[in-house]
Design a binder for this molecule. Structure first.
Ligand code: NAP
Length: 380
């Protein structure tokens, strides 16, 4: 296993970390039914083979994902890893809530401290909530009392806000979405470089775009990957691109089988920093272009369409719709629509008032697109 510096802390993180968001299930459509036997085997195998960071969150698996690893890690594994988990900022409604959630997290995880504590999924709205509910003083307090070792945040918005957040607190680290298709989206490479320059350790999530860059890969992309000087799977092609960046401390992958854990650990035993030559980078640019050319609707997730008077989750629904075509992933998109989008936020709630279309910088015919998306996302 290759280990990298975790910012200025003096500790080193395995370049591969386990993400708890996609544990295998015993019942396909019930995220709370974690397959405890399989996941215990995966976690123990990963830690025995050098992985030293496990990332979790209050909300994963229908708010149950902290309970089960709490049990699986208890048997001598807790002290071998750095445990990361996240405050669900969007659930915080009062100044007392952060402490309430935090104490509940310690109980669920069966630990008396958390190594890496993140404000979960910061964006325009949740960033406001951080200020309104005094979440920064709460972070100061958990740091001073040793209840957490390092403070960080995960991010889903545009670069200017990312830079504002980086500069607003003495964070140790941040967690950003980064892969060769999304290199210019959200924080992107610009954010990676900015955070690194400011002394933050950077962890990466969604290196395989939640698995879409590894599974059901279109033939044209496969042909591009096969032109590489390295013989590699699509998953390795994608992981190599992230690990090539020396600013990255650790890449989290939410592996869903033991074979995936084994493959990724095997690949994480090689140091990939600064190893991709220009000719190979052209293959990444080509593969990205192929994916992008399959885009159905030109939404950049800027969020200008929000708030929707009917509370339709417009950018997320358009993303699921796009993903279905870009990654031949209709089944995944339908699953996410059913699991993550509440009936009151679905596309069929749109009343075609047109307010969002007036605000959309891409001039997307949102009402028509929502109708098409809903049909596609609810058809079997
Ligand atoms: N804070 C936040 O806002 C936030 C958001 C997203 C993620 N995260 C964290 O970041 C972690 C990583 O993100 P992610 O889960 O999206 O990671 P990812 O690595 O992009 O996706 C994981 C999926 O990739 C596939 N996969 C992994 N290794 C593979 C291999 N060797 N061969 C084939 N397929 C492979 C599996 O998909 P299949 O199941 O389809 O096989 C797996 O479920 C999450 O688990 C979570 O802990 C945080």
């Amino acid at each position: 296993m290759i280990y990298n510096k975790f910012g200025q802390t003096g500790i080193e993180l395995s370049q591969l970390g386990i993400g708890a968001m996609r544990f295998p299930l015993t019942e396909e459509y019930d995220p709370t039914k974690i397959d405890e036997v399989k996941v215990t085997e995966m976690l123990h195998y990963a830690i025995d083979n050098g992985v030293n960071i496990v990332d979790n969150a209050y909300v994963y698996h229908g708010q149950t994902s902290e309970i089960f690893p709490g049990k699986a890690l208890k048997v001598g594994y807790r002290q071998k890893i750095h445990l990361a988990t996240k405050l669900p900022v969007w659930l915080v409604k009062s100044k007392d809530d952060p402490v309430k959630y935090f104490e509940e997290q310690l109980r669920r995880l069966q630990t008396d401290f958390i190594d890496m504590y993140l404000l979960h999924g910061l964006n325009k709205n949740s960033w406001k909530s951080v200020q309104e509910h005094d979440i920064m003083p709460f972070l100061d307090w958990v740091l001073e009392t040793g209840k957490i070792r390092y403070a960080g945040f995960s991010f889903h918005d545009e670069p200017p806000l990312f830079e504002e957040i980086v500069d607003a607190y003495p964070w140790t680290f941040c967690l950003i979405q980064l892969n060769y298709v999304d290199d210019q989206d959200q924080a992107g490479l610009e954010g990676l470089e900015y955070a690194h320059k400011k002394g933050l350790a950077v962890m990466v999530m969604e290196p395989l775009r939640g698995g879409k860059l590894a599974n059901h890969v279109p033939a044209e992309v496969l042909e591009t990957i096969q032109r590489s000087q390295w013989k590699q799977t699509p998953a390795q092609f994608a992981l190599r691109w992230v690990w090539n960046r020396p600013e990255v401390s650790c890449v989290l992958s939410g592996m869903s089988t033991l074979d995936q854990v084994k493959e990724n650990i095997g690949f994480a035993c090689v140091d990939h920093k600064n190893t991709i030559p220009g000719k190979e980078l052209e293959l990444y640019a080509r593969a990205k272009e192929i994916y992008r050319s399959r885009t159905k609707v030109n939404c950049t997730h800027c969020g200008y369409c929000l708030p929707c008077a009917q509370k339709v989750a417009i950018p997320y629904i358009l993303e699921l719709y796009n993903d279905a075509y870009m990654f031949d992933a209709a089944r995944d998109s339908r699953w996410s629509y059913r699991v993550f989008v509440k009936p009151e936020n679905r596309a069929d709630q749109c009343t075609e008032c047109g307010e969002c279309e007036d605000k959309c910088p891409q001039q997307i015919p949102i009402a028509d697109t929502l109708r098409a998306a809903h049909d596609m996302l609810t058809s079997e």
